[in-house]
Design a protein. Structure first.
Length: 383
């Protein structure tokens, strides 16, 4: 058994023991409740006997004893009625309720549902009935298991949230480490390629060939820069978001024009937002490539930039297969993908860039099956 298996076994043992302790506490609470309830029932039976003795008392001693028993009840609310449900006396009930006919009748109905009555046989033809409710102590004990379970569920939720947060934090560190390592690994052959380009220039290799290779090297350097920024605090600058989005749009349009038609609409002015240009272009690229995959390489993609008093909104729409409404949030989860190939990290990474690094918001604004989808990014404008 390895360390991970032992940890899981220990965790399940602790969970099982905690569950058994909870059951034991609840069982003990229920047992105490029943004992106290039976004890109060016996007290009421004695109280009823005292009422009967008081009614049939022959000497002062009997009267004193009956009064003493009756007066000792200071916690259990009681209503004594005759055969016709006419109220004869009450105990431990607020005077404002006793003096209100409707309220006392309502309370009597409640007492009837709470406990079975105790019959007081005064004589052969005269019967009285004693109705009572649980004392305040017993009532509190009754709700104690609910309070205990609420605390336990709250504690369980906190523990679950703690472990979930730890797990996500561990995953984030893993992905950040992999991203940085990828950037480092790409950097070594990239430096070599730059050297080879210089040699090709010196050997007078065809300029067109060298130019195309240089473009690809610049592209690789950009990718390396992107990966190196994952997991570290990016440098945010005040940039014109329309211009930065346009740069990413122009690159994508040049790469995919033909079967995919592009549209770009934005205000004719500068709108500054605090962002990292490299990561912002990656965000736009991820969303557009995701849209192209959804359209299977054919269709229309639109990028629309709108503003209000405080925020700038970038909407990226496509004419693809659409997303079911119950998956609007799932598409941003790591590993979620509807493609046969892919790791399902594109939209998850995009969400992290937008919300964690740029303090913005991203969501599926709307989507219809076989009609298309619109994603919306919202950033706060600079003052």
């Amino acid at each position: 058994m390895n360390f991970s298996d032992r940890s899981n076994t220990t965790r399940w043992i602790l969970i099982t023991l905690s569950f058994l302790i909870i059951l034991l506490i609840l069982w003990n609470t229920y047992t105490f409740f029943q004992i106290f309830k039976e004890d109060e029932r016996r007290k009421m039976e004695i109280w009823a006997t005292a009422q009967k003795s008081l009614h049939n008392a022959n000497d002062a001693t009997d009267v004193d004893l009956a009064f003493q028993i009756i007066s000792n009840n200071t916690s259990i609310p009681v209503i004594r009625v005759d055969k016709k449900d006419s109220i004869l006396s009450t105990a431990n009930i607020d005077e404002s309720i006793v003096s209100d006919t409707i309220k006392i009748k309502t309370l009597l109905s409640h007492f009837k549902n709470a406990n079975s009555p105790i019959e007081i046989k005064i004589d052969k033809n005269d019967f009285q009935y004693l109705y009572y409710n649980n004392s305040s102590l017993l009532s509190k004990l009754k709700y104690y298991p609910i309070a205990l379970l609420s605390i336990i569920f709250l504690f369980g939720a906190l523990v679950y949230n703690y472990y979930k947060t730890n797990k996500i934090s561990g995953q984030n560190k893993l992905w950040a480490g992999m991203a940085k390592e990828t950037a480092h690994q790409i950097g070594t052959p990239l430096s070599s390629l730059i050297g080879w380009v210089e040699i090709m220039k010196a050997d007078n290799v065809d300029e067109t060939t060298v130019s195309e290779i240089e473009k690809d090297i610049i592209r690789l350097q950009n990718i390396t820069d992107r990966f190196s920024k994952i997991g570290s605090e990016p440098n945010l600058e005040e940039k014109n978001i329309i211009e930065e989005t346009r740069i990413a749009y122009d690159y994508l349009e040049s790469r995919f024009k033909g079967q995919v038609h592009f549209h770009f609409t934005a205000p004719e002015k500068n709108i500054n937002v605090r962002l990292n240009p490299t990561l912002h272009s990656w965000t736009i690229e991820n969303l557009v490539k995701n849209a192209i995959d959804a359209m299977r390489g054919r269709g229309t993609i639109g990028i629309y930039i709108e503003e209000d008093a405080k925020f700038i909104k970038i909407k990226i729409s496509d004419t693809g297969k659409g997303i079911p409404k119950n998956q609007f949030k799932k598409v941003f989860e790591p590993g979620f993908t509807t493609k046969r190939r892919g790791w399902g990290l594109g939209l998850s990474l995009t969400k992290r860039i937008v919300e964690e690094y740029h303090k913005g918001k991203i969501k599926v604004l709307q989507s219809e099956i076989n009609k298309g989808t619109t994603f919306q990014i919202t950033y706060k404008k600079c003052n």
